[in-house]
Design a protein around this ligand. Structure first.
Ligand code: HEM
Length: 150
């Protein structure tokens, strides 16, 4: 059981910071790394790390409370325009379409977090693992489509 908690915690750390190792390889364009959205995403990363610690120490109820904070960060992120779309100078119908896709991606991510919260509250580690995997996939999809390469 202890082992499994450790593995779940490790999974969260992987999701929250797998790009960190590459961060220094890119010469950070100032505008690119300094958006409001970037700040919210850093908050999401930090909260995920705290959630990982909670699971590791066996406090799934505290971890579930973190999900509420995470959802609030995603709701704020939803109102931001990704830097990539600004850099591409998208306008009109094109911008509208891409923003609609972005919002859907965020909404689906929030749905997965809601499922994770239920699993944490009922101490169902198999379900926790399942939804964490799904969160990793949502992150990858969202970053592939909307994160500028800088
Ligand atoms: C738990 C899941 C997620 C985590 C832990 C996360 C974390 C991060 C982090 C740490 C950054 C800063 C840059 C970097 O280090 O690569 C970032 C940037 C970004 N993320 Fe996420 N992210 C998640 C999910 C998503 C989703 C679902 C979307 C979109 C549907 C998204 C869209 C973006 C965008 C667009 C940026 C670039 C910031 C900008 O355009 O100003 N992320 N994310």
């Amino acid at each position: 059981m202890l082992m499994k908690k450790g593995l779940l915690a490790a999974t969260i750390l992987t999701i929250s910071c797998s790009t960190a190792a590459f961060a220094h390889e890119h010469h950070q364009n100032e505008a690119c790394g300094a958006t409001t959205l970037h700040g919210y995403m850093e908050d999401i990363k930090d909260e995920m790390r705290a959630m990982s610690s909670d699971i590791k120490s066996g406090d799934n109820q505290a971890a579930a409370a973190r999900v509420e904070t995470l959802i609030a960060h995603f709701e704020k992120s939803r109102d931001q325009v990704p830097y990539k779309l600004k850099a591409e100078k998208l306008e009109g119908a094109d911008l509208k379409e891409q923003m609609s896709n972005y919002e859907k991606g965020i909404d689906k991510t929030i749905d997965v977090f809601k499922n994770l919260e239920v699993a944490l509250k009922s101490d169902d580690l198999a379900e926790v693992k399942k939804w964490l995997g799904e969160i990793g996939a949502k992150r990858q999809q969202g970053h592939q489509a909307f994160k500028a390469n800088c």
